[in-house]
Design a protein around this ligand. Sequence first.
Ligand code: PLP
Length: 424
Amino acid sequence: MKEMYARLGVSEEIYRCGEEVLQSLKERFAAMDAVAEYNQGKVLAAMQKNRVAANCFAATTGYGYDDVGRDNLERVYSDTFHTEAALVRPQITCGTHALTVALSANLLPGDELLSPVGAPYDTLEEVIGIRDSVCSLKEYGVSYRQADLTADGSIDYAAIRACVNEKTKMATIQRSKGYATRPTFSVKQIGELIAFLKELKPDIICMVDNCYGEFVETIEPSDVGADLVVGSLIKNPGGGLAPIGGYICGKKQYVERCAYRLSAPGLGQEVGANLGLMPSFYQGFFLAPTVVASALKGAVFAANLYERLGFRVIPNSTESRHDIIQAVELGSREAMVAFCKGIQMAAPVDSYVDPLPWAMPGYEDEVIMAAGAFVQGSSIELSADGPIRPPYAVYFQGGLTWYHAKLGILLSLQKLYDAGLATL
Ligand SMILES: *Cc1c(COP(=O)(O)O)cnc(C)c1O
């Protein structure tokens, strides 16, 4: 084994360091496998209930009327997430798009959007109009308020109470930390927050940005009162196989509006050809629970390895997990670049290229991204990225297999070690 790792670029001392850390993780890995086993059952039961069959995999083109595979996949998602309705489409180009559709479909001029969990994900700033942007919700007369988290990253209920007013129509609750160093919220915490919001204002629409959270726990935000849950298919639920797409699951009245916003008023969910993508959507969803467990193992391994070497890691080595993201604070631009080089070097695709920081659309700061992925930008595949700004944290995620995640983490450390930026 050592020889194999040497061939892949991992020195003996780095390999040994990794093995020592792994010794302590057996129980945690077993717990993750148990969650995957449960979620595998959930997905399978939904596929069996909806009688998934070969005719679901046929390609449709043009308008896509009577698309059996597409409509049935949406029922499979509904049943898995325990919602009334679902919109699962390749026409949803990414997570930001799915969130934009959900927000703009359900907010009208004069309405206010509330984020009760502090600043939203970077790309949402332009969607909402926190940073001025053409076609933002702000431009269409939708206002925005934000209740910041407390200094320790917990939900500030008093601040939320002060924000809710007669205009508050919808709340956007981001489960994952995104590019922040706050904690990710558990599904249980999200449920408590939703209950609080509904008590303040019973008709408030609670949308959860579920990106990176799917299948990490045995329940989802839709099990604890969320009216809409939204995510990307090139993250967890696509299982690494979906080459594009997003989903919106939730109450029928809100999902229907999303369908009209995505296509056109009057057309809604009836149009949207599947273009031959159904096999990868179904099979990816089937694989998603075990893929998520692999990614989670990578995250926990990285936390334990880097914490041991003296880096601040979020979540820390022992915390329970609510998404697949692992942040490691590296303290400098050079260390971020070295870490990302190691991840890139581990990739099956583009392993020979060097990642560099660039001004990526939608982000205010320069961003560095390491991703040698089969699907461009897919972050359920082994990837690391982060905005070049203090505290110079890289956000590490993914790994379609645990072994690949392990190699990537070992190589990231190898690069830091070789550059003199980490000591064992
Ligand atoms: C990835 C992500 C998004 C946006 O998804 P894209 O597919 O990159 O547009 C939104 N919110 C969170 C929390 C995310 O992690």
